[in-house]
Write a new protein. Structure first.
Ligand SMILES: Nc1nc2c(ncn2[C@@H]2O[C@H](COP(=O)(O)OP(=O)(O)OP(=O)(O)O)[C@@H](O)[C@H]2O)c(=O)[nH]1
Ligand SMILES: [Mg+2]
Lengths: 211, 649
């Protein structure tokens, strides 16, 4: 049985309700945009396998509900994430201010070395903009996190964002491996065991998925 | 003494009401061998037009290990002698007749319901309960409602479930007739046989359990319809034979000769398959109102709705009652007044937020936040449904207005995601802003704890669900625990919006109206979860199904579920749970039924030290006893040591 991927990365999308997390994920996984999306209740994830420098990287991207009171439940899924997308809505000042709270939330619930990235979504809506690109960049510098403005609607920078985050995780991982394994023995702790690779695509993955 | 045996059934007796699946649990002056058999509880009109309660045994369905061989013999007999019942059958028939119990209504003094309304006791002398019956399917509510048409009763002050007969009710013929429509279990006997043959192929064991008592009547009493029209053919006999082996399979564990302690696992009794009924029709619903518009038989109505839901044509009316907007006891005139008052109330609350100026809003961040949450969600609610589809859809404005007005109605709760999902089907059905608002208020009252700020209500429910699953499907519960999923978070969406995201609009209406009845127990929606999970057990317990796959699989069940099958399964699980000999207090508390550990409400009758096989109280713990007799699903199991109790606990 041929292996289906070399790496499996678990990513997480967080941010206020309505900033466009589900839309970004839908754009990335199905390359589509749906104006009549439904709000996320609970938690769900989507899968896309990308090619990164000759390696097949399977991204398992978790999408959570944005409203604060559901956080007690959703934070349970932070564990094990290797990368987090912090999303705000450029037409919504409050969602931008809340990024700080979300970062604090990550610090409390996710592993310390998790890769992060800030996304200012809905940049297609220039007329309604409340948060300038400069303020976004400023915040990113403050926290030393990468930043990009995106539009799930116009498919702007969504691919770029995920590829960037995945590449950063891969780089960090390989650096760690090199540190722990002298060159010549690169079995790699994060690389999957044979039994995992041999997994057949299971039936539920082929079913229709409603977010 | 009223509950005496009768040797003859008077020829001209008329059954006014019959309830199948009633177990005789105790009867003064009867040998223990007569107990625990299933029969039919009837209200019968005698030749002299006096009335009595009559219980007739259906020996075929007695699940007692001693009589099982006998049952086999009877089953085989049917094939050979289709119409001429003679020899042994006749003496069986006579024996069965001798076991009929009759209680004359003019001698009946008190009766009471207990054990979550599944048990009924009758007394003709103060302080002595002569008979105890256990309702295997459903509960005694419809029987009581019917009985109350024939006797005038008053509830005792100290116990709401005890009725004192004031005088026999003579002028109840009218009510009688209207109530006959409520008799959902009455079927044409010929149909019973053929339904049975048909259903058997799909669900052999359960079908047998359901249909046996009815079929039995035909065999014993020689139903004319059967003899005249269609034969009870070899096919039936064949099926019966097969079904009996199914019955045997299900109980074989406990029939082995050696009662090794190690083999006595706290297993649940077999799951009865309870068919769904037909929906409450327009005619029935109209017939249930008295001349002024009151609805008196509330429990009966709820039973009907629980069984079959509501016909779409009358949903807009019935839902207002189920959601506590219209009180059942109000007349049409009173409801008109109420509606006017509620309309005014609604619009005055609506005005409160409508008259807020921009400046006010700018300085009122809490209000602003709520408003923006509502706006975001309204735009994402059921937009694929024609009613809410398209740009500038006026129904979206109504959705928004109702939710904003609810923010003013209950500012502390405000708006929480999920509420738009709750409201959308109500507005879709009712079409009217005010009605939808008040029905929404009623629904929210039922599920308010889902939206607690700290999510305590949701966490409690997830915990309760886990505990129920551990009881009803322990292997699955253990598997989930092993896969890091014991917190049941993957059921969060199901519970938060009562499965709204899992079913089509048509199906969610059915599920909700059934759940709103509050029957057959508290937290029945958790048993819906158990039913779904149990039917997905094979996939979930597959070795490759880990934490993420479980979540994915559960999420992807959305729109792939069969509402009627799930309701039926959930009800079956309910009966399994409450009949389990190892029923725990924890489970009782979740389901709102009397706890096992609690003292029985009535003093135990000396004649029957261990009554009732299918009841939670069936098992009596006696630490001094070396040998314990367990009543399990009608089977007597003797176990030798106390360690069994540790296993059962
Ligand atoms: N114009 C525009 N609208 C967008 C964009 N992304 C999302 N939206 C819209 O914003 C609304 C919210 O998007 P969602 O993806 O559902 O938001 P979410 O962050 O998943 O929200 P929750 O599930 O409630 O946490 C939807 O109506 C989308 O159509 C975008 O890039 N441009
Ligand atoms: Mg979302």
């Amino acid at each position: 049985m041929a292996k289906t991927y070399d790496y499996l990365f678990k990513l997480l999308l967080i941010g206020d309700s309505g900033v466009g997390k589900t839309s970004i994920l839908f754009r990335f996984s199905e390359d589509a945009f749906n104006i009549s999306f439904i709000s996320t209740i609970g938690i769900d994830f989507k899968i896309r396998t990308i090619d990164l420098d000759g390696k097949k990287v399977k991204l398992q991207i978790w999408d959570t509900a944005g409203q604060e009171r559901f956080r007690t439940i959703t934070t349970a899924y932070y564990r094990g994430s290797m990368g987090i997308m912090l999303v705000y809505d450029v037409t919504n000042e409050k969602s931008f201010e809340n990024i700080k709270n979300w970062i604090r939330n990550i610090e409390e619930n996710a592993s310390a070395d998790v890769e992060k990235m800030i996304l200012g979504n809905k940049c297609d809506l220039d007329a309604k903009r409340q948060v300038s690109k400069e303020r976004g960049e400023q915040l990113a510098i403050e926290y030393q996190i990468k930043f990009v403005e995106t539009s799930a609607k116009d498919s702007l920078n969504v691919e770029y964002a995920f590829y960037t985050l995945a590449r950063d995780i891969k780089a960090k991982m390989e650096k760690k491996q090199e540190a722990s394994n002298p060159p010549g023995n690169r079995s790699g702790v994060h690389q999957l065991k044979d039994s995992d690779r041999q997994r057949k695509p299971t039936s539920w993955l082929s079913r229709c998925s409603l977010l | 003494m009223s509950s005496s045996s009768v040797e003859d059934i008077p020829e001209q007796c008329r059954d006014l009401f019959t309830q199948d699946g009633v177990l005789l649990k105790s009867c003064m002056g009867r040998p223990i061998s007569d107990l625990n058999s299933i029969g039919m509880l009837c209200i019968v009109q005698n030749v002299d037009s006096s009335k009595c309660i009559e219980w007739r045994p259906n020996d075929l369905i007695t699940i007692d290990s001693d009589t099982q061989d006998q049952e086999w013999a009877v089953v085989n007999t049917i094939g050979r002698r289709q119409r001429t019942l003679s020899g042994n059958m006749t003496s069986d028939y006579a024996a069965a007749r001798a076991r009929i119990i009759r209680i004359q209504l003019n001698e009946l003094k008190t009766f009471k319901c207990s054990r979550n309304n599944q048990q009924m006791q009758f007394s003709t002398k103060p302080g002595v309960w002569h008979n105890t019956f256990y309702f295997q399917h459903g509960n005694a509510e419809i029987f009581v409602a019917n009985l109350k048409n024939h006797v005038k009763t008053a509830k005792t002050r100290h116990d709401r479930n005890t009725y004192v007969v004031v005088e026999p009710n003579v002028e109840s013929q009218e009510l009688n007739r209207s109530f006959a429509e409520l008799d959902i279990f009455t079927e044409n006997t010929t149909d019973v046989v053929w339904n049975f043959v048909h259903n058997f192929k799909q669900r052999p064991y359960a079908t047998t359990m359901e249909a046996f008592s009815k079929l039995n009547d035909i065999v014993y009493y020689g139903n004319e319809a059967v003899n005249g029209k269609r034969d009870v053919t070899e096919e039936v006999a064949d099926l019966l034979t097969k079904s009996m082996s199914a019955l045997e399979d299900a109980t074989s564990v406990t029939r082995s000769d050696e009662y090794e302690v190690i083999n006595v696992k706290p297993t649940l009794p077999p799951r009865p398959c309870i068919p769904r009924g037909t929906s409450l029709s327009t005619e029935k619903w109209e017939g249930l109102h008295d001349t002024e518009g009151r609805i008196t038989e509330v429990e009966g109505v709820k039973q009907l709705i629980f069984r079959g839901g509501v016909a779409n044509s009358i949903r807009h009316s019935v839902w207002k009652y189920l959601l506590d907007y219209h009180p059942w006891t109000m007349t049409h005139a009173e409801i008109k007044v109420l509606q006017k008052k509620r309309t005014e109330e609604y619009f005055s609350m609506k005005l409160q937020w409508r008259s807020m100026t921009e400046g006010q809003e700018a300085r009122f961040s809490e209000y602003r936040d709520r408003k923006s949450l509502v706006e975001k969600d309204v735009n994402r609610t059921d937009r694929t449904h024609p009613f809410y589809a398209g740009d500038n859809n006026p129904n979206l404005v109504i959705l928004q207005d109702i939710l904003m007005t609810y923010v003013m109605y209950n500012f502390d709760l405000g708006y929480v995601q999920g509420m738009s999902d709750i409201l959308a089907p109500l507005l879709l059905l009712l079409g009217n802003e005010v009605d939808s608002f008040w029905c929404f208020v009623g629904f929210m009252d039922k599920i308010a704890s889902n939206f607690d700020m700290d999510q305590a209500g949701m966490k409690q429910q997830l915990l309760n669900l886990q505990q129920l699953l551990m009881f009803a499907s322990p292997e699955l519960a253990r598997h989930l625990a092993a896969k890091d999923s014991a917190n049941m978070y993957f059921c969060f969406r199901w519970l938060l919006v009562w499965f709204k995201r899992e079913f089509s609009h048509k199906d969610i209406m059915r599920l909700w109206e059934v759940l709103w009845t509050g029957l057959p127990c508290a937290n029945f929606h958790l048993l819906i979860c158990v039913a779904i999970l149990d039917s997905e057990k094979d996939v979930i317990m597959h070795k490759d199904c880990g934490f993420t796959e479980i979540l994915k699989h559960v999420n992807d069940l959305s729109m792939c579920l069969d509402v009627d099958r799930i309701l039926s399964t959930a009800e079956g699980i309910y009966h399994q749970i409450i009949s389990a000999p190892h029923l725990t207090d924890q489970v009782c508390v979740i389901l709102g039924i009397p706890t096992v550990g609690a003292k029985p409400e009535e003093p135990e009758e000396p004649e029957v030290p261990q009554a009732g096989p299918t009841n939670g109280n069936a098992v009596t713990y006696n630490p001094d006893m070396e040998e314990v007799t367990l009543e399990y699903n009608g089977l007597q199991i003797s176990v030798v040591t106390q360690t069994v109790w540790a296993l059962l606990a």
